[in-house]
Design a protein around this ligand. Structure first.
Ligand code: F0G
Length: 459
């Protein structure tokens, strides 16, 4: 058999959305009016939107068929049972509670198990997870392995939990003060880096020893499973679904934003084994989201999620998905653009601190870089750095982020290789002209999740 090198997108395009062309001059004006916050820019003024891979997937023809097929009954809809069956098959968990997105599951979970005097431990909390944990009065502690904090250090599983640090933290804090340990797979805030099966197992073992439940933040479970297949011994011959099932077999519960690896534009769930917790969660769901067979979603959304969960574990899809992100990473590295290595599953994380040493941390180098990418090429990424970190809830002081990153998240099945080649070209230009990029000063901030609405001016 001949080996063909070119990997094609494993789908055909049936429907297209036009992209409005804009000039650099126009975009610099837009940026000024948006107070240097890309969340304030209209999507139609963006050429390549890499703000997030969340809710931005292109659905398949089969998913759209399921949208038409959705059962909109208030209680006991057929679409709910199809969804429940799929999530149970995947996770093996007993209680499947739909929510309108991931943070709704987090809000419900932490309003029940969180609270003052407690600490939740994670490899790295995603920003909404951290915010929901802290909003309940609880502390959020990140214990990713030290390699996970070094941008250019190559390691196959940079999302892993630091097991000895976990043991030590549990001894210091006391198991009874730790309601849950959460494994974020892949580790979004840490660079979309995977967690190994061995590490999931080891974390579970420590949790079990101390009687602490282990949960999975499952947003990108399929991408994590594919990394395990590629990089961990003993998994080469297993299917992504088999690997996913094994990952979930070690957990006591899961939160999921279906807007990622369920390939839908809205949806999520909370999955639990504990009967009493599930009952409390359903009661809270009815109060905040809706009846427990629709959880704030339309029946059609549940139907599309069920179909998306089947599609996402397809091996040719995952091979294309992971390779296309890796391709961007390879080209950027060749051009000398500093990125987190190896590239994660859903995004390229540009190391703004390394690229812009002339901009100090308190002038938000990653925010400044994100703005320049927009101005130069109409590309919208997002800062994952000191602006996103918020202030310490107790001291009210700015918390410097461990890394200053610009995340270029790649929506699923949306952009082709030439779109990504354009992104590579723009980053190369920005990197060559980096000395002209100026730092930013934050002139407005909200008390939590400030990066969404913050206003900046150039220093
Ligand atoms: N957990 C992780 C790891 C996430 O990446 C996200 C969302 C959530 C929880 C919350 O889910 O948005 O459905 O409420 N991440 C998006 C992103 C917003 O752009 O990375 P949600």
């Amino acid at each position: 058999m001949r080996k063909i090198k070119t990997m094609i997108e494993p789908f055909k395009i049936k429907m297209v959305e036009p992209i409005k062309q804009t000039t650099e001059e126009y975009r610099r004006e837009v940026l000024k009016n948006a107070k240097f916050n890309l969340f304030n820019v209209k999507a139609e003024d963006v050429l390549i939107d890499l703000l997030t891979d969340s809710g931005t997937s292109a659905m398949s023809s089969m998913q759209w068929a399921e949208i038409m097929n959705g059962d909109e009954s208030y209680a006991g809809a057929r679409s709910f049972f199809a969804f429940e069956k799929e999530v149970k098959n995947l996770t093996g968990l007993k209680h499947i509670i739909p929510t309108h997105q991931g943070r709704a599951a987090e809000k419900i979970l932490f309003s029940i198990i969180g609270g003052k005097g407690k600490t939740v431990i994670s490899n790295t909390h995603f920003d909404t997870t951290r915010a929901n944990v802290e909003y309940s009065g609880c502390k959020a502690l990140d214990l990713v392995i030290p390699e996970g904090k070094q941008a250019s250090l190559d390691h196959p599983f940079k999302g892993n939990m630091d097991i000895s640090a976990l043991e030590k933290a549990i001894t210091e804090i006391g198991a009874s003060n730790i309601p849950v340990v959460i494994m974020t797979i892949t580790n979004n805030a840490g660079g979309g880096q995977p967690v190994s099966m061995e590490n999931i197992k080891a974390t579970k073992k420590v949790c079990e020893k101390h009687g602490i439940p282990m949960f999975i933040d499952a947003c990108r479970f399929a991408e994590n499973a594919f990394f395990i297949k590629k990089r961990e011994k003993g998994y080469q011959d297993k299917t992504p679904l088999e690997i996913s099932k094994e990952m979930f077999s070690y957990c006591d519960g899961a939160t999921m934003s279906a807007k990622k690896d369920a390939l839908v534009n809205i949806g999520g769930f909370l999955a639990l084994n504990n009967d009493e917790l599930a009952q409390q969660a359903r009661n809270m769901l009815i109060l905040t989201e809706g009846f427990h067979t629709y959880g704030g979603l339309a029946g059609r959304d549940l139907a599309a999620m069920a179909q998306g969960l089947k599609e996402v574990v397809d091996e040719s899809y995952l091979a294309y998905r992971i390779r296309s992100t890796e391709y961007v990473g390879e080209k950027l590295t060749e051009k000398g653009v500093p990125i987190i290595l190896p590239p994660g599953g859903h995004a390229i994380f540009v190391d703004a601190a390394a690229m812009l040493p002339h901009i100090p941390k308190d002038q938000y180098p990653a925010q400044a870089l994100a703005c320049e990418l927009y101005a130069m090429g109409g590309i919208r990424g997002v800062e994952i750095g000191s602006a996103m970190m918020d202030r310490d809830p107790e001291t009210k002081k700015n918390r410097p982020a461990p890394m200053e990153l610009v995340r270029l998240a790649i929506p699923r099945r949306v952009y082709t290789q030439s779109h990504m080649d354009y992104v590579i070209e723009i980053l190369d230009i920005v990197n060559k002209e980096k000395n002209s990029i100026r730092g930013l000063k934050m002139i407005y901030e909200a008390p939590v999740l400030r990066h969404f609405t913050a206003k900046f001016e150039q220093v």
